[in-house]
Design a binder for this molecule. Structure first.
Ligand code: KIV
Length: 264
């Protein structure tokens, strides 16, 4: 389909039985590549904190940083739907102006939707955002902004039921899609079957309607330990190391620049 993908076109992929691809991007050149490759959704994730800014927690990234990176991604993308994470500070603290903050991501950075992690007040925030005409992707299971521990969610019947209830509540509140992070495959399968909106899994098995990975993890650009569910499709750290070492050696030996790269 030519032109920007929309929340409607993404929803219709589920109805048509087609799987949805989503990856994170935080800058212009990688967003361009993802868009050229035909990825359906590009997420300006708050994983920005860990993989780009060198911070310990996604809760540490603020709205100004999210806007800065979302604008760069927005400039690059002509086809994919761009979704940006609502940073913790924009909606979780009491009194935060979630609608005003989300508007900045949509109106100022040009995002097609925002993503919101589950928390006690999530339904109220989604309802307010939808009333303001802002499209919302929900996020349940492991919610890194507030998680005390990074482990598989929904292992016992009570917590699995709680996640299913959250998923249904977010659909009813008006989310157009839902990220399921780090949940048992059979729970993700049940949630996917019970919702009309697409589920997009990360560490949630193969029965979701789509999949998402953090770009730096799948390209081997993350020196931190990556979770077992990540498939590494390239080892760019090694390629960058080799290129930079070769450059350094050629500079030191006077081999770069050679005649072909000099002006006379
Ligand atoms: O911030 C992020 O990259 C995410 C994905 C893990 C879904 O929320």
């Amino acid at each position: 389909m030519p032109g920007h993908k929309t929340v409607c076109s993404i929803r219709s992929l589920k109805a048509a039985g087609k799987r949805i691809s989503m990856l994170t991007a935080y800058d212009y050149p990688t967003a361009r590549l993802l868009d050229r490759a035909g990825v359906d959704i590009i997420l300006v994730g708050d994983s920005l904190a860990n993989v780009v800014l060198g911070l310990d927690s996604t809760a540490q990234v603020g709205m100004e940083a999210m806007l800065h990176h979302a604008r760069a991604v927005g400039r690059a993308v002509t086809d994919a739907l761009v979704v940006a994470d609502m940073p913790f500070e924009a909606y979780q603290p009491a009194g935060a102006d979630a609608v005003g903050q989300a508007r900045r991501l949509v109106d100022d950075a040009g995002c097609g939707a925002v993503k919101l992690e589950w928390f006690a007040g999530a339904v109220e925030v989604v309802v307010a955002l939808r009333r303001a005409g802002i499209e919302v992707m929900g996020h349940v299971g492991l919610t890194p902004q507030t998680a005390a521990e990074f482990k598989v969610q929904g292992r016992d019947a009570a917590s699995a039921a709680a996640i299913l209830t959250q998923a249904n509540a977010l659909e009813a509140a008006g989310c157009f899609a839902l990220v399921l992070e780090c949940v048992r495959e059979s729970l993700a399968q049940d949630i996917t079957a019970s919702l009309k909106i697409p589920t997009i899994g990360i560490g949630a098995g193969k029965y979701c309607d789509g999949q998402v990975l953090v770009l730096h993890d799948m390209l081997g650009l993350n020196e931190r330990k990556v979770p077992r569910f990540v498939k590494q499709y390239a080892d760019l750290s090694e390629q960058i190391l080799q290129a930079v070492r070769q450059y350094k050696e050629e500079v030191e030996q006077g081999l770069f620049p050679d005649e072909s790269r000099s002006f006379h």
